[in-house]
Structures are given as C-alpha cells and as structure tokens.
Design a protein around this ligand. Structure first.
Ligand code: MN3
Length: 210
C-alpha cells in the first residue's frame, strides 16, 4: 500500500493568527509530504507492506535492516504529523468543553487542574533540546503522561497511545515566532480540536482493552 498525504480538514489560513498560512503550506505540502515520499521509497525498496501507519509504527522495533533509522524518521514523521494536523482547528471552533467528563477528571486528578496540565505541557515542549515533539499520552495503566520525544520518534508503542502532540521543530513555528517557542506553545492551546482529542482518548481506552 502506497501511503498518501491527505487533505487537511481546514484551509491553510484557518489557524491564523496562531499559525500563519505560509507555515502551514510549507509544513504540510513540503515537510509532511517528504516524510511520506521517503517512507514509501524505503518500503518499496525493501519489499515491506503495511495496511496502515499504526501497524508500521508498532513493527519498527522488529526491523533489523540498515534502513531502520531512516524508516523510524520518516514513518514517525508521517504518523506524528497526521495526528498533529488533525488535532488543530480554527480558534473559534476550539472548545475545551468538548473534552468528556472522564478525560476532564483524569486531567484534573493527574495534574491538579487544566491550567497546571498546560503549564507542564508547555514546559516539556520548551525544554525539548533541539528538534522533537511533546505529547499527552495514555499509558497501559490508564494514566495520563506528558512525554517529549527527539526528532520524529513516534509516540505510539504497545504501552503508550498518544492523545495529541505538538511539533516543536523550528519549521513548525519559526516564520511567525522566530526564537519564541514558549509563545508558540502557549498559543497553540487556543487552536486544539478537543473533540478530536476526545476521540483519541476513546480509541486509547479501546487500544488497551483489546
Ligand atoms: Mn513538522
């Protein structure tokens, strides 16, 4: 199966002024697309076939060829960006009350309050040295954890299911924010699609119950 870049659920200028149109166009049609092209090439060259990106990501630990790191980088790049772009929405449509009661309670019990969760999340993104990602994941003990990963290491494992993540590579924010990664991270909380996060939370519960 050939992986393809899917169209975004919104226009490239929908996330302005938090993320500018030019950044979105370059990020989606160049960066994300390149990960997909490279991944498809590696899979074709090595006669590997997967039904979906989750299946591929979960199989990475079993790969032994010299292309392993390249596959981690590019498959991870595709997996991470698809979740990232799907988890964003126009500021007017981003509504924190879309989070269901179970997830709201879990956030409060884990971090003290939503504000403290946000502070911890922003801080994890801020202290990620170099390029990488910050994620909210549910683990197999049904605990919420903030994780930070280097480069494009994918946030899905047998014991962790990502609910949403923020790209802290400079290409994600540099045109608008330059060196101000903290502003980018704080602002992005205004454009999270909490309905989508909620869906991923439901999927995470199913993932660990199967
Ligand atoms: Mn990126």
């Amino acid at each position: 199966m050939e992986f393809k870049l899917k169209k975004l659920n919104y226009e490239y200028n929908s996330l302005e002024p938090i993320i500018d149109e030019k950044t979105m166009i370059i990020h989606h049609t160049k960066h994300h697309n390149t990960y997909i092209t490279n991944m498809n090439n590696i899979l074709n060259n090595n006669n590997l076939e997967y039904n979906n990106i989750e299946e591929l990501v979960l199989d990475l630990e079993n790969i032994t060829g010299d292309f392993k790191q390249a596959l981690i980088n590019n498959a991870g790049g595709h997996f991470n960006h698809e979740i990232f772009f799907d988890s964003l929405i126009n500021e007017k449509e981003s509504n924190i009350e879309d989070i269901n009661e179970e997830l709201t309670t879990l956030i409060t019990n884990t971090f003290g309050s939503f504000e403290e969760f946000k502070t911890n999340f922003v801080n994890a993104g801020l202290t990620r040295f170099g390029s990488g990602w910050v994620w909210l994941v549910l683990n197999n003990n049904k605990e919420l954890v903030i994780k930070s990963y280097l480069n494009q290491d994918p946030a899905l494992t047998k014991t962790e299911f990502p609910l949403f993540g923020v790209d802290v590579w400079e290409h994600a924010y540099y045109l608008n924010y330059q060196n101000l990664r903290a502003d980018y991270l704080n602002n992005i909380f205004k454009i999270i699609n909490w309905k989508y996060v909620n869906n991923r939370f439901e999927n995470a519960l199913k993932y660990f119950n199967k």
